[in-house]
Structure formats: structure tokens, C-alpha cells
Design a protein around this ligand. Structure first.
Ligand code: SF4
Ligand code: SF4
Length: 153
């Protein structure tokens, strides 16, 4: 979560007053009595958040589901539509037209524009996180099919 915030806010977060910026990681640690794991956007092929957004703020570019923060009006439709709870509404630090604090949708952008990405995968000490590419996806399916064919399931 810290790596995610640093990826988007920069290392300055270690040098400035913690109250002067918003700590908005784009993945969420979920803990139960027996397991803990991060939950984040799956970058769905038919993204329910994109279909629910009436502002045209959500698009898919290079297989990444992205939110245009300038178009987002914080209506929360995407938050409700996402089956994984991967989207949340956060304060931006900017002021809306009515003088209130501007709030927008926030979620994993697969570190778009960040060098040495994805940051959460890079820093995970147990290599529990992995980026599933089309190639690795196909390879995993092929491996399962080979196992199924050999009757080793
Ligand atoms: S909160 Fe923003 S991104 Fe989400 S559906 Fe509303 S306008 Fe679209
Ligand atoms: S890929 Fe990047 S934006 Fe997405 S959760 Fe990981 S660090 Fe955050």
C-alpha cells in the first residue's frame, strides 16, 4: 500500500507532514482470522465500473481500466458496480465548484506512467503478487490442460 502511494505521490511523502497529503493506496489489505491478502482492480474485460459510469470517465487503454480524474464527478456508480470492492471515493485536496472538497473515484491503474512498475509487485517480499499477462494466462491454461489430459488433476 505504501509503494502504491509512493508510485503516485512520489517519495516526498517521507519528507512532508503526513497531514499535508492524502494516503490513498489503490489496493486494500483484507484480513480474516485465517488469511490476509490485498484486493485490487482486476482490469476486467467487460468492466462493470465502465458500464456504470455515466460521465465517460472510465476507459480501457492497453488492457488497463483507467479513471479520468478530470471527468469524474464522484457519483459512486462505479463503486457500487465493482464486484470486488476495488473502487473507492477519495478526497483530492482540490475544491469543487460549490466550494466543497472535491472527491473522485480511485482505483488501481496498474501504475500507468510509473517507471519500474507495478510498484506493489516490485516491493512484495514474498512474491505473492504477480502481473498476469496474456502470455502467462495462456501458459497457465495450457499447463492445466496438459495436466487434465494426463489425468493428474
Ligand atoms: S464516481 Fe466517477 S468514475 Fe465512478 S461512475 Fe461516477 S463519474 Fe464515473
Ligand atoms: S499496480 Fe500500481 S496502482 Fe495498482 S495496486 Fe499496485 S502499486 Fe497500486
Amino acid at each position: 500500500m505504501i509503494a502504491c502511494v509512493v508510485a503516485h505521490e512520489g517519495k516526498r511523502i517521507f519528507e512532508i507532514d503526513p497531514d499535508s497529503y492524502t494516503f490513498n493506496p489503490r489496493l486494500f489489505m483484507v484480513k480474516t482470522a485465517t488469511i490476509s491478502a490485498p484486493v485490487q482492480c482486476r482490469h476486467c474485460e467487460n468492466a462493470a465500473c465502465k458500464q456504470a459510469c455515466t460521465s465517460g470517465a472510465i476507459s480501457i487503454k492497453d488492457d488497463v481500466v483507467l479513471i479520468d480524474t478530470k471527468k469524474c464527478i464522484g457519483c459512486k456508480n462505479c463503486v457500487i458496480a465493482c464486484p470486488f470492492g476495488a473502487v473507492e471515493i477519495v478526497e483530492t485536496g482540490e475544491t469543487a465548484r460549490d466550494g466543497s472538497v472535491k472527491k473522485i473515484a480511485n482505483k488501481c491503474d496498474l501504475c500507468r506512467g510509473v517507471a519500474d512498475k507495478p510498484s506493489c509487485i516490485r516491493v512484495c517480499p514474498t512474491e505473492a503478487l504477480a502481473l498476469v499477462t496474456e502470455e502467462s494466462f495462456d501458459e497457465a491454461i495450457a499447463k492445466k490442460r496438459r495436466k487434465a489430459m494426463a489425468g493428474n488433476l
